[in-house]
Design a protein around this ligand. Sequence first.
Ligand SMILES: Cc1cc2nc3c(=O)[nH]c(=O)nc-3n(C[C@H](O)[C@H](O)[C@H](O)COP(=O)(O)O)c2cc1C
Length: 348
Amino acid sequence: MSAFSAPSGFYAQRLARLGAVLAPMAGYSDAPMRQLAAEQGALWTVSEMISARGLVHGGENESLNLGRPYAGETGRVVQLFGAEPAVLAAAVQKVESWFAPAAIDLNMGCPVPKVRGKGGACLLQTPEVAYELIRAMKSATGLDVSAKIRLGWDSNRSLEIAQGLSEAGAAVITVHGRTSAQRYTGEADWEAIARVAASVPTPVIGSGDIVSVGGARQRQQLGVAAVMIGRGAVGNPWIFRALASGQEQIPSPSERAAVALRHAELQHHFYTAPHRQRTGEMKAASMRPLRKVLPKYLPDQPELHAALVQVETLEQVREVLAPLLDVKGSQGYSASASAGARYAVTRS
Ligand SMILES: Cc1cc2nc3c(=O)[nH]c(=O)nc-3n(C[C@H](O)[C@H](O)[C@H](O)COP(=O)(O)O)c2cc1C
């Protein structure tokens, strides 16, 4: 019997607006990136995938950075991967009580070896297991449960799989328009995504290769409920602003620099934590994870890239960006306040 019913939860509410969704991206869609995307009008954001087994049997707790929200975070979907119904159900309960998500998503698309064999894209080979997982997850929570798939394992089975997920009660189905075998090669097949959107009553979110506002608008015409943006949002949270407001304002180099700095400040704020060895001391967050991100904010300033890929501290980020920041001297720059104010001004 079909579990499909007209959506009325978090997703339905968010899909009443215009905009785009921030994709889950391991190593990228952490709290700082989600915060910038949400501020710029993303419909919702999705966490990096979290192992259900790790949550249930791995001794994790609510301090896990992968799941922990930033202060005041709303509209964040937590994504789980796994393959055992009972473990997924238990993980859903932990996620709900620890991380206060808006909804919970099942990863059915990640092709990396760590995930293969335990869930992720492997579920595309055994979709009946995925349907059972969705039912188990739904039995553990009143929140919306969704799934994110690829077109198939090595051939396109997306219609059949989306139909099964819909019948199992998924509130939203996100389709990345490649097979698992394709990894990230070739182009995402948006015609295949459109066929899925036309064939199931569940809202379908399309994912793959959107790097511009024009590209997003074109794909929005294909019958999907919304589009999702991953790599195209790295160093480019403004793409959400343009799609939510309908107006594209090209950010100036100083706005780009201010938001890059704000990203670094959010990184500092979220990851600075008590020192493990030295009681009473704090360990400042490293900027290393941002080395791959900061240059993307400034595609037209290649002369800064060599320095940006070597930053270790927040102060170093500030020094590198200082020439672009639209303030009198980097010394007097009150980073959060200035960047926040610039943000607010440009958003209004
Ligand atoms: C570095 C990286 C990490 C990713 N991690 C995840 C993940 O944790 N869960 C998931 O469902 N998809 C993950 N994806 C896939 C993206 O969510 C998205 O579907 C894919 O990148 C295509 O969209 P894009 O072209 O807009 O990036 C990842 C992609 C990249 C590039």
